[in-house]
Write a new protein. Sequence first.
Length: 202
Amino acid sequence: MRIPQRLMIAGILLAALTGCAAMEPESPQSANEPAPPEEQDLPQVELSAGLFYKLMVAEFAVQQGQPRLAAEAYLSGAQETGDPRLARRATQAAVYARDSATAITAAQLWVELQPENLDAHQSLAALLIRSGQSDRALPHLEKILALSPQGEPEHGYQLVANLLATAEEPQQALRYMEQLIAAHPDEPEALYAHAQLANEVG
């Protein structure tokens, strides 16, 4: 018997938001390992009829090539539940729809819900820079440096340089980079990233 596509999607949504995956047996190793930061402190979401409807709208909108509608539905669900997974999905859908206002709103919520999530800060910083709001992106660029993997400072500096390279005002981007590396003037990774950005923006 073939299961209708709508019921399959409904089952996936239900499992994702009610933690059914957590009921699967864990191996001894995984049971002792801490969950990734993005999976910690997730809210216990009750799948109400209203939320179920929003998620169904979002999923069908994605399938039908309507990312703007999907972003609005995901964002509404994230605002209702405080679930960062929905905020992330809203951000992604809004970016795909080229709806910068909704994308920034969703990314801001994502950062609020997961303040230690590197991807959230990276997404918001990129959106703000591309919309000509580099000054508002500065705190998130600083957070990207702070959240860079220990022992890999070059990753954070390189990421920040790449983000600032997309700014509309090249000289302003350089000033922000200088401000960010001011506390680490002797770190070769910081100096290299600054030199690379200066070369890219001319």
